[in-house]
Ligand binder design. Structure first.
Ligand SMILES: CC(C)(COP(=O)(O)OP(=O)(O)OC[C@H]1O[C@@H](n2cnc3c(N)ncnc32)[C@H](O)[C@@H]1OP(=O)(O)O)[C@@H](O)C(=O)NCCC(=O)NCCS
Length: 306
């Protein structure tokens, strides 16, 4: 019979072993997953997460684990988060029991949703799906190799964004919201906060904000920054985000040429990989990124806790 309880220090070694094994299995199935992890660091981390890690046992043997950190910020409701190393289970029943116990605790902590990253294949997703989880977004990765940089259509050029671009950049952000199915009207207060955020980004030396200009108008943008260390990702990975092309010039190779140039810069600066994320419901992005060359690695699943 399977039993579940929160982690005790004695369980930590067995849980680390499961995570090491799982990550190397993920990397075998998806070569753009980085299997490297420091077992000792992970062991220490787990010992500090005893109250947010659940462990399942069968006859005294560890048969699964589930870690979930309840996080939130002023703009996002509290949610429980599980990374690619945060769950392992020998079968779907073990996952069911882990999720049941953990969800009760997350609800008590005020979380309204649980997000969990898992490998992007049916075998990994199905046990979650049977519990009501649905894919929300995909993480795609590509190795940066020297390749030809396609030219932008005539009359368009790439440059760094400037504070004076702010209003047109805000319009492009709205295009992303619409593509993601979040076209809600932005209040003046939010608009002010977003404006301030973008202007701050322009000052951040680690962030690069590229725009494509044509006829004095900002027609496309991409933002890049070094991806912070995270499980399953390689060091020297560039994170590419907020990629958008104005609807009036979509489908003419603007994004392809812009990203070619951005990634050529990144490769010369020493980056080896690029990662981006997109919503599964965003049809343009779901078609564009794999065609461009990003291979899905992990998918973020979501389930309401209320
Ligand atoms: C995704 C997006 C950035 C692509 O921009 P784009 O400039 O239209 O992209 P491209 O023109 O380079 O490629 C788009 C399509 O046009 C085709 N295409 C490329 N060059 C072309 C050309 N010269 N003539 C005709 N078609 C062309 C490509 O094959 C591509 O097809 P695919 O989408 O099936 O892969 C754009 O659709 C967009 O801004 N969407 C809304 C915001 C968004 O979703 N952003 C991504 C958030 S993760």
């Amino acid at each position: 019979m399977t039993t579940v309880r929160t982690l005790q220090p004695n369980d930590a070694r067995a849980v680390v072993e499961r995570i090491v094994h799982q990550l190397s299995d993920d990397a075998r199935r998806r070569p753009l997953v980085n299997a490297h992890l420091d077992g000792e660091v992970l062991y220490e981390t787990i010992l500090h997460a005893t109250t947010s890690t659940w462990v399942a046992f069968d006859d005294g043997t560890v048969v699964g684990h589930l870690y979930g950190a309840v996080l939130g910020d002023p703009t996002h409701a509290l949610a429980a988060w599980t990374g690619p190393d945060g769950a392992s289970f020998d079968d779907a029943d073990v996952l069911t029991q882990l999720v049941r116990d953990a969800s009760a605790s997350w609800r008590r902590a005020g979380a309204a949703q649980h997000f969990s990253w898992t490998l992007d294949d049916d075998e990994h997703i199905d046990p979650w799906r049977s519990l009501g989880y649905e894919p929300l977004s995909v993480r795609g990765v590509m190795k940066l190799l020297e390749r030809d940089v396609r030219a932008l259509p005539a009359g368009l050029s790439l440059r760094a964004a400037r504070p004076a671009d702010i209003d047109q950049v805000l319009e492009l952000d709205h295009v992303i919201d619409v593509a993601q199915g979040e076209p809600g009207a932005v209040s003046r207060k939010d608009r002010h906060a977003i404006r301030r955020e973008i202007l701050e980004l322009l000052e951040d030396p680690e962030v690069k904000h590229y725009v494509v200009e044509g006829d004095g108008n900002v027609l496309a943008q991409a933002i890049t920054f070094p991806l912070p260390a995270r499980r399953g990702s390689f060091d020297e990975t560039l994170h590419l985000s907020e990629v958008v092309v104005h609807p009036s010039v979509q489908g003419h190779g603007v994004a392809s040429a812009m990203i070619d140039a951005v990634l050529d810069d990144a490769r010369r600066e020493g980056y080896h990989y690029v990662e981006a994320q997109w919503r599964v419901t965003n049809e343009q992005a779901s078609s564009f990124w794999p065609r461009y060359g990003l291979a899905p690695t992990y998918v973020r699943l979501a389930r309401s806790l209320t």
